[in-house]
Design a protein around this ligand. Structure first.
Ligand SMILES: O=C(/C=C/c1ccccc1NC(=O)c1ccccc1Oc1ccccc1)NO
Ligand SMILES: [Zn+2]
Length: 389
C-alpha cells in the first residue's frame, strides 16, 4: 500500500525502480584506486547534486568473500593479491607478482585487495537485486573491470566483477547478453565466456596496431560450442556519436533477434568520450545515453557498470546523464553547485562537446564490418526454450 507520498513515488514499481550501489565507505575505498583518484566520489556527488538519490533504490554492498571471488578467479591468484595487498610499499614484490600481472599497470598497492573485493561485492549486490526481481535496472558505476583474467590482473583491472556478476545472473537467466562500450576490448569477459552459448559478449572498441589489449578482431567469434556467440566490433579513431549509434543499433538489433537474451549487462567505460586522455573517439554522453535507452527498451533485467574513463569530470557527466535518463528525468545543463563544481570548468555544463578529430571510420569500412557481423549472426539460432536449433 503506497503512502501519501507524492505520486511519482507511489507508482514506482519493481519494473521502473532503479537500484544504485552506494555507501560512503564503499565510495571512499573506490576513490583510492591510483588510476582514478576520487572518480567514484565525483560521480556520486554529481548524481546527488542533481537530486537523483531520492528516486533511486540505494543498495549498500558488502565486500565479496573469497568464495564469491572463486566463482571465477583461481585461489592462488586471490591469495597472492591478498598477501601483496597487506605489504606496505617498501616490501619487495615476490616473484609471483609478475606472473599474476601484479606489476606495471596493476601494482598491488597497499589495500588493493580491499578495494578490488569491495567492487566485486558491489556488482554482486546489483546482480542479486536483479535475480530477486527487486528492480529491472541496477547500477554499479564503480564496477566494470573487464580486463581481469582468472589468474591475472590486467589493464588496471584486478578482479573481474563483470564475469562474477554474469555468473550470478546465469543462476536465474538462461541467456545473458554482455555489451561493452569501453574504448578498449572487453577481453577478460570475452575469454571467460568464449566457449559457451549461454552468454553472448558484444564489444565495441578501438583496434589499432599497438593499442591495448590488441585483441577483439572482427574474426574472433568464439570457439567450440561458443562459436558465433562472441561479437567484436573493431572501430577506428575519430568515431562520432552518429556513426557509433548507427552501428550499435543495427548490431544490437540483430543480436537481440538471434540470441533472445533474458538479461543484459552493459559496461559503460567512458574512455571512449571526447576529452579522455586516450584521445581516440569523438563521442559525447549522447552515444552512451542513447545506447542504454536502446537496451532499456527491451525491458529485460539490465545491469549497468562503469569501467574506463580518465577525464573524471566527463566520466561523471556521462554516468550522471545515464542515471538521469533511467529515471526519465531531464537534467538541467548547468552543473549544480557541489563539492567538485570547480572540476567542471570552464563551461560548467553537463553536456560534452563532440571532438573534431578526423573520422577514420569510412562508410565503406562501417558497411564491411556490419555485413560481416550480420553474416556471423545468421548462425546463431536459439529456441525460446533456450536450446540451440
Ligand atoms: O582503460 C582501460 C585500460 C587502459 C590501459 C591498459 C593498459 C595499458 C595502458 C592503458 N592506458 C593508459 O595507460 C592510458 C593511455 C592514455 C591516456 C590515459 C591512460 O590511462 C591512464 C589513466 C590514469 C592515469 C594515467 C594513465 N581499459 O578499459
Ligand atoms: Zn578502457
Amino acid at each position: 500500500m503506497s503512502s501519501d507520498k507524492d505520486s511519482c513515488e507511489s507508482n514506482v514499481t519493481s519494473s521502473t525502480r532503479v537500484a544504485y550501489v552506494y555507501n560512503e565507505q564503499y565510495t571512499k575505498l573506490c576513490d583510492q584506486m591510483p588510476k582514478i583518484p576520487l572518480r567514484a566520489s565525483m560521480t556520486h556527488s554529481l548524481i546527488a547534486a542533481y537530486g537523483l538519490l531520492p528516486h533511486l533504490q540505494v543498495i549498500s554492498p558488502e565486500a565479496a568473500s573469497k568464495e564469491d571471488l572463486k566463482l571465477f578467479h583461481s585461489e592462488d591468484f586471490i591469495d597472492c593479491l591478498r598477501r601483496l595487498s597487506d605489504l606496505d610499499d617498501e616490501e619487495k614484490y615476490d616473484d609471483d607478482a609478475e606472473s599474476y600481472g601484479l606489476m606495471y599497470d596493476c601494482p598491488a598497492y597497499p589495500g588493493v585487495y580491499d578495494y578490488a573485493s569491495a567492487v566485486v561485492g558491489g556488482s554482486i549486490a546489483a546482480a542479486i537485486h536483479l535475480t530477486e526481481g527487486h528492480s529491472q535496472v541496477a547500477v554499479n558505476w564503480a564496477g566494470g573491470w573487464h580486463h581481469a583474467k582468472r589468474s591475472e590482473a590486467s589493464g588496471f583491472c584486478y578482479f573481474n566483477d563483470i564475469v562474477i556478476a554474469i555468473l550470478i545472473l546465469r543462476q536465474k537467466f538462461d541467456r545473458v547478453l554482455y555489451v561493452d562500450l569501453d574504448l578498449h576490448h572487453g577481453d577478460g569477459v570475452e575469454d571467460a565466456f568464449c566457449s559457451t552459448q549461454k552468454v553472448m559478449t558484444v564489444s565495441f572498441h578501438k583496434v589499432a596496431s599497438g593499442f591495448f589489449p590488441g585483441t577483439g578482431l572482427i574474426e574472433d567469434i568464439g570457439i567450440g560450442r561458443g562459436r558465433n556467440y562472441t561479437v567484436n566490433v573493431p572501430l577506428k579513431d575519430g568515431l562520432t556519436d552518429e556513426v557509433f549509434l548507427d552501428i550499435f543499433s543495427s548490431v544490437i538489433n540483430r543480436v537481440h533477434g538471434a540470441f533472445k537474451p533474458q538479461a543484459v549487462v552493459c559496461q559503460c567505460g567512458a574512455d571512449a568520450l571526447h576529452g579522455d586522455p586516450h584521445a581516440a573517439f569523438n563521442l559525447t554522453e549522447k552515444a552512451f545515453v542513447r545506447s542504454v535507452e536502446y537496451l532499456r527498451e527491451w525491458d529485460f533485467p539490465l545491469l549497468l557498470l562503469g569501467g574506463g574513463g580518465y577525464n573524471f569530470a566527463n566520466t561523471a557527466r556521462c554516468w550522471a546523464s545515464i542515471t538521469g535518463s533511467l529515471l526519465h528525468k531531464e537534467l538541467p545543463t548547468d552543473i549544480p553547485e557541489h563539492r567538485f563544481f570547480s572540476d567542471f570548468g570552464p563551461g560548467y555544463e553537463l553536456t560534452i562537446e563532440p571532438g573534431n578529430q578526423r573520422d577514420l571510420n569510412s562508410e565503406k569500412y562501417i558497411e564491411e564490418i556490419r555485413e560481416r557481423i550480420f553474416g556471423d549472426l545468421e548462425n546463431v539460432e536459439v529456441e525460446e526454450d533456450g536450446n540451440p536449433r
